[in-house]
Write a protein that binds this ligand. Structure first.
Ligand SMILES: [Zn+2]
Length: 94
C-alpha cells in the first residue's frame, strides 16, 4: 500500500520553504517512499532525477554554469539511490 503525497508547491498551496521545481519534497510519506524506491516515479520525474544525480555526483556544471545540488533531503536520498545504480552499471559495463 502506498502513502499519499501531501500538497506540493506546484499545486495551489505549498508548504512554506518548499523549493518549487524539486522532484521530491520533505515531510511527505510518498516522496520518502519514492526516494528509496524510484521505480514508482513516472518517466519524466525519473529522467529529471537521473540527470540531477549525474550533475551532482559528477560535479558537472549546469547550463547556467553553477554546480547542481539536491534541493530537499528526499531528493538527496533519491540521488544516492540512483547513484548506486549508476556506479554498478558503470562497473558491469567494463
Ligand atoms: Zn510527495
Amino acid at each position: 500500500m502506498s502513502a499519499t503525497h501531501r500538497i506540493h508547491p506546484d499545486r495551489e498551496q505549498g508548504y512554506p520553504g518548499d523549493p518549487v521545481g524539486a522532484i521530491l519534497w520533505d515531510d511527505c510519506e510518498r516522496c520518502a517512499e519514492q526516494a528509496i524506491d524510484p521505480l514508482g516515479l513516472d518517466a519524466t520525474k525519473l529522467r529529471r532525477a537521473w540527470d540531477l544525480m549525474r550533475a551532482v555526483e559528477t560535479g558537472a556544471a549546469t547550463r547556467d554554469g553553477r554546480r547542481a545540488s539536491y534541493r530537499t533531503r528526499n531528493e538527496g536520498r533519491l540521488g544516492r539511490t540512483l547513484y548506486v545504480v549508476y556506479v554498478i552499471n558503470e562497473r558491469l559495463a567494463r
